[in-house]
Design a protein around this ligand. Structure first.
Ligand SMILES: C[S@@+](CC[C@H](N)C(=O)[O-])C[C@H]1O[C@@H](n2cnc3c(N)ncnc32)[C@H](O)[C@@H]1O
Length: 285
C-alpha cells in the first residue's frame, strides 16, 4: 500500500518531537509505550499553532484557556502553556495511570509553568470547572462515542464548557482506504517502527477496530500496544451533530498543500475525493 501523507497513521510528522524521543536502542523490554506513542503520532506544536491561528482568525484575539479532552499524557496541555506565559490548560482523562505518567514526564518538567496546568481524572461528559476559549479532542479519541445520542451529548457538554466566543477543534479521517484492512508500517526517529493496523470495519454499523503495534531493531515487537474500538464517523454526520449541539458555525479544514509538501489546512466547502485524508472540524459557539 503506497503511503500517503494524508492517512491518519502518517498524518503527524514527529520531527518536532525530538526531545521526547525514546532511547535509541529501544527494544520491547526497554520500551515505554507512552514515549513511543508521543514520538509516533503526536506533533503538539503543530496543533497548538493550528488552534491559535484558527481561533485568532475567527475571534480576532488570542486564546488563553484550553481544555484537552481525552488528554492521555497531556502533551498538548504542556505544549500549550509553554507556548505563552498567559496560557492555561486543563486535561481530562478517565485513566489515572496515564495521567500519572503525563504528570511525571510532561507536566512536572515544565517547572513554574506546571502551575498553569490542571489534570482532571474524569469522564469528558462530566462538567469540569471553569470555561474555556478552546476545547479540543485530537487523534479521533471522541470516536469512542458510537451512537448519535452519545456523540450529541458529548458535543453539548463541550458547547456548555466553552466561553461565549469559544471554539471546539477535533480531527477526523477518512477516504476509501480508511475502511479496508491494512497494516501500514512507518519508521520513526528513535530507532523503531510504528505500525498502524486497520483490523476490522463493519459496513452496517461503522464499528471499527484499529491497533498500534511497535517493532524494534533487535527484532522484538509490541503487538497491540494500543487498541481503538470506535465508530467510523463521516464529516457530514459530525457537522450536523455539532450544529445540533448549538454551534453557530462549523468549518472543515482540509489539507490543501501539494502532495509531499508540509500540510496546509484551510477551511473548504468541498474537496476532491482521496484514498486517505485527515481533516479538522472547527466549531465556533
Ligand atoms: C488515544 S488516547 C488520546 C491521546 C491524545 N489525546 C492524543 O491526541 O493522541 C485516548 C484517551 O482517552 C481516554 N478516554 C477514553 N474515554 C474517555 C472518556 N469518556 N472521558 C475521558 N477520557 C477518556 C483514555 O483513557 C485515553 O487515555
Amino acid at each position: 500500500m503506497a503511503a500517503s501523507k494524508k492517512k491518519p497513521s502518517t498524518k503527524k510528522p514527529s520531527t518536532k518531537a525530538s526531545s521526547r524521543k525514546p532511547p535509541s536502542r529501544v527494544t520491547r523490554k526497554t520500551a515505554d509505550k507512552h514515549l513511543l506513542y508521543q514520538a509516533s503520532v503526536q506533533a503538539p506544536e503543530i496543533e497548538v499553532d493550528f488552534m491559535v491561528s484558527t481561533y485568532r482568525a475567527l475571534r480576532k484575539k488570542q486564546p488563553v484557556s484550553m481544555r484537552e479532552d481525552f488528554c492521555g499524557t497531556a502533551l498538548l496541555c504542556a505544549t500549550w502553556v509553554k507556548s505563552d506565559p498567559k496560557r492555561r490548560a486543563t486535561g481530562v482523562d478517565l485513566d489515572p495511570s496515564v495521567l500519572a505518567w503525563g504528570t511525571k514526564h510532561n507536566i512536572e518538567p515544565l517547572g513554574d509553568a506546571a502551575a498553569r496546568v490542571r489534570l482532571l481524572e474524569q469522564n469528558v461528559l462530566q462538567k469540569s470547572p471553569g470555561k474555556f476559549d478552546v476545547i479540543n479532542a485530537m487523534n479521533f479519541s471522541y470516536w469512542i462515542f458510537r451512537t448519535r445520542k452519545d456523540m450529541l451529548s458529548y458535543f453539548k457538554a463541550v458547547f456548555g464548557a466553552l466561553n461565549s466566543d469559544g471554539v471546539f477543534v477535533c480531527d477526523a479521517y477518512g477516504g476509501w482506504e480508511a475502511q479496508e484492512p491494512m497494516l501500514e508500517p512507518r519508521r520513526v526517529a528513535g530507532g523503531f517502527t510504528y505500525v498502524w493496523d486497520q483490523d476490522k470495519f463493519c459496513p452496517v454499523t461503522h464499528e471499527i477496530v484499529n491497533h498500534i503495534h511497535f517493532e524494534f531493531k533487535d527484532g522484538t515487537k509490541w503487538n497491540k500496544a494500543f487498541t481503538y474500538e470506535w465508530r467510523f464517523w463521516t464529516l457530514p454526520e459530525l457537522r450536523e451533530l455539532l450544529e445540533e449541539a448549538g454551534f453557530s458555525k462549523v468549518e472543515v479544514h482540509w489539507d490543501v498543500a501539494p502532495e509531499n509538501d508540509e500540510e496546509d489546512y484551510r477551511a473548504v466547502k468541498r474537496a476532491e475525493n482521496q484514498a486517505g485524508w485527515l481533516a479538522y472540524l472547527v466549531a465556533a459557539k
